[in-house]
Design a protein around this ligand. Structure first.
Ligand code: BG6
Length: 486
């Protein structure tokens, strides 16, 4: 469905995010006819560049990051025609260039400011937008992470933005919410009658959420200051937990959904004091150097002689203290340089109350629902069946397997495609509201503080493994194991 024409002003337009994600995502939406040459993308960044140079940057980004079979020359030329550029050092108020020639004063044209810059630049940008009358009651502002380092700094960021933009104009990106398979959680839970009656502590033993990456941190200074807890848990993993744990919202209206997610965040049991040591594990990858494999460790990537207390792996046992989830642990883990890139949610159901089968026939293994977020998107429901054959009753566990690749022919869109267009449509459902963000930080802060002050060890783990052994101990201590099929 085509969206209204727009003027998208992208601050930080020559950065990595813009090159790898935003421009390719916009191209796919253009390719599918969701917008046309009536829309404009105005890049703003410090680098001096002409329109033509920025257009070349955008063209290169498409060529490099869009599937070749989606690139058509005429289409690409038309798309690139939407791009223009303004060089601006946003910290230098005097030197601000004019955006007014690029922005259209037409109520039919949606105006969006995308802030793909460090948060300390949000204040000068917002200030500038309002002082120059670029703000309109219907303009939207899109904020990229990191949205703070802790609760206090996130409040400051939100306050700064709130001086200019109303909450219903603010779109805080958590790109996990734009992933097809993450949205599919909503369909799975709330468009099927099957799961909801058993989606509670009476039937579910525990839940696992894993977001494993095979890539390293690559010596990025942002990562060194952030670490896995801030980079992945505070946002992506907690959002996944919310979608799994929340009560059914009354509708799919943005605030109905966000109210339910907020309740989950507020019901998360605070992990503090001794519990931090007991319920969290932090690790940092070490390099591998053998004849056939050579992978640098985190410290080596930072540079010779570097020291660092930054975690590249986190495992946490969390609990949601409410009626539905009483006593059901949520085990979360995420890390860089793990054995494989694999993100999934595992719903582990309880054992059957009584088995009518003898031990020789096999013990029924509890059912398991595995929601595979990426790659190989799909859903597997592990069931017990009779092993076929004349040899009598033998039980066997098999998956009912829904593979997206086998079931659907269409390409799975990238998260940013959906999110960028939702901004134009004015749909905030898949964006974090201020109170959600702050509730997430409020839960993360005591963990972070305990790590900073006490001796929660930073375990080394070998690159290409599933993290430190203490992560295995975290779950095995409770008589459970991490799902292995990853
Ligand atoms: C980002 C993190 O938010 O998510 C990165 O800053 C991480 O460190 C990335 O690599 C993972 O996203 P995806 O979509 O590849 O799972």
């Amino acid at each position: 469905i085509p969206v209204d024409p727009f003027d998208y002003v992208v601050f930080g337009a020559t950065g990595d995010l813009s090159q790898r994600k935003l421009i390719p995502a916009l191209y796919y939406r253009f390719y599918d006819g969701q917008f046309d040459t009536n829309s404009r993308i105005i890049g703003v960044s410090r680098t001096e560049m002409s329109d033509e140079e920025f257009q070349k940057f955008a063209r290169d980004a498409v060529t490099e990051f869009v599937d070749a079979d989606h690139i058509e020359q005429q289409m690409l030329d038309d798309f690139i025609g939407c791009f223009s550029y303004i060089a601006n050092d946003v910290t230098d108020r005097e030197g601000w260039a004019e955006l007014s020639d690029s922005l259209r004063n037409d109520p039919e044209v949606v105006r969006a400011f995308y802030l793909a810059v460090a948060p300390f630049l949000f204040a000068p940008i917002c200030d500038y937008l309002s002082s120059q009358n670029y703000w309109t009651p219907d303009a939207r502002v899109v904020l990229e992470k990191p949205l703070g380092r802790d609760l206090q700094s996130s409040i400051e960021i939100n306050d700064t933005v709130a001086e200019v933009f109303r909450e219903d104009q603010v779109y805080r990106i958590d790109h996990y919410l734009g992933k097809e398979t993450v949205q599919n959680l909503l369909a799975l839970r709330f468009a099927n009658a099957l799961f909801e009656p058993i989606w509670n502590s009476a039937h579910i033993d525990h839940i696992q959420i894993t977001a494993a990456e095979s890539v390293g941190a690559g010596g990025r200074s942002y990562y060194e200051k952030s670490g896995a807890l801030r980079d992945m848990v505070q946002n992506h993993l907690l959002q996944l937990l919310c979608l799994v744990a929340m009560e059914p919202p009354a509708s799919d209206e943005a605030n109905a959904l966000r109210d339910e997610k907020l309740k989950v965040l507020r019901a998360l049991k605070r992990i503090e004091g001794d519990d931090v040591h007991k319920n969290t594990v932090r690790g940092q990858y070490r390099g591998v150097s053998s004849e056939d494999t050579k992978v640098p460790g985190y410290l080596e990537e930072l540079g010779e002689g570097a020291t660092s207390n930054t975690e590249t792996f986190v495992a946490i046992k969390a609990e949601v203290e409410n009626w539905r989830w009483n006593g059901v642990p949520f085990y979360m883990r995420t890390g860089k340089r793990m054995a494989r890139r694999a993100s999934e949610i595992v719903i582990q159901f309880r054992e059957i109350p009584h088995s009518i089968f003898s031990r020789t026939q096999g013990a029924p293994t509890p059912n398991q629902l595995v929601i595979r977020l990426q790659p190989d998107e799909g859903v597997k429901l592990f069931l017990m069946i009779k092993d076929p054959g004349p040899g009598g009753m033998r039980l066997r566990q098999v998956p009912l397997n829904l593979s997206f690749a086998d079931t659907f022919t269409q390409r799975t869109p990238e998260a940013y495609e959906r999110l960028l267009m939702d901004v134009v449509r004015g749909n905030q459902t898949l964006f974090m509201r201020r109170d959600e963000l702050e509730a997430a930080w409020a839960w993360i802060d005591p963990i972070r503080e305990a790590w900073d002050t006490d001796a929660t060890p930073l375990h080394g783990y070998t690159a290409g493994t599933w993290g430190p052994t203490s992560s295995v101990a975290l779950i095995e201590r409770d008589g459970r194991t991490w799902h292995e099929e990853l």
